[in-house]
Design a protein around this ligand. Structure first.
Ligand code: DGL
Length: 264
């Protein structure tokens, strides 16, 4: 047993989609969340910058005595996958578990990948999917407006701006007869209703959820589960905490949030 918290980080609030799954799957675990809201989005930045930010995020979580770190950020996972090698605790990215889930889910072998510009440019999802099954046909699309839409809370299906953005980005994917779409950015599950409405009948793979499931597996394997705690959830963000609780309340099963602003 290991009572230390699970550390989760993202560029913003998207990684909360992984926290939601963690709380559902592991209700005894303590969780420390870091959202680098002052520097979001990462997906439009260079590899060097993303790597530097990701290392700072992981270091902060280590200072909170976490037992494992989840990079609940598709961009960090795709662009700087190696940073885990330097860490003294296990490190999970969203990439591998998401690809495994998508390769299992597809029936016709046509998979769409939507993510930030940096993630798509890295080619990481495409590479790993082809390694997993060379017969897969992969169709990728960067959706740079999706992260700001989510950060602004514009996730309603009847919002015309959201609707237009979904249609504009997913038109090509829709034409390719894909039966499975990887939401390769952890912000995107918050748009899944709007995406599902447009890509009717397509299976959406939630990358944050896949990483949370991988974390459960790893903690069981390493005998590191916390079976005792009355869980404590701590949230740290790098910009103002105004609006965080209101946002998080919409999809996390808590009414009060212990949230603090920090400087990295
Ligand atoms: N949630 C992050 C991801 O999964 C958003 C990246 C960004 O900040 O652009 O890629």
């Amino acid at each position: 047993m290991d009572k230390r918290p699970i550390g989760v980080f993202d560029s913003g609030v998207g990684g909360l989609t992984a926290v939601r799954e963690l709380i559902r799957l592991l209700p005894n675990e303590n969780v420390v969340y870091l959202g680098d809201t002052a520097r979001v989005p990462y997906g439009t930045k260079s590899r060097e910058t993303i790597e530097k930010y990701a290392k700072q995020d992981a270091e902060f979580l280590l200072s909170q005595n976490v037992k494992i770190i989840i990079a609940a950020c598709g961009t960090v996972s795709a662009v700087a996958p190696h940073i885990g090698k330097t860490l003294p605790v296990p490190y999970i990215t969203v990439l591998e578990p998401t690809v495994t889930e998508a390769a299992r889910a597809t029936k016709n072998g046509h998979i769409g990948v939507i993510a930030t510009a940096a993630t798509i440019k890295s080619g990481s999802y495409e590479r790993l999917l082809s390694e997993t099954n060379p017969k897969l046909k992969i169709f990728s699309q960067a959706c740079p407006l999706f992260v700001p839409l989510v950060e602004e809370g514009l996730t309603d299906t009847d919002n015309p701006v959201t609707k237009n953005a979904v249609e504009m980005y997913l038109k090509n994917i829709k034409e390719q007869d894909v039966d499975t779409v990887i939401l390769g950015c952890t912000h995107y599950p918050l748009l899944s209703e709007a995406i599902s409405q447009y890509l009717d009948g397509t299976v959406l793979i939630n990358s944050g959820g896949a990483a949370a499931a991988q974390c459960v597996k790893l903690l069981i394997e390493k005998d590191m589960l916390n079976t005792e705690a009355k869980p404590v959830y701590k949230y740290f963000i790098t910009d103002s905490i105004d609006g965080f609780s209101k946002f998080a309340k919409r999809f996390l099963p808590q009414s009060e949030f212990d949230v603090k602003q920090i400087i990295l």
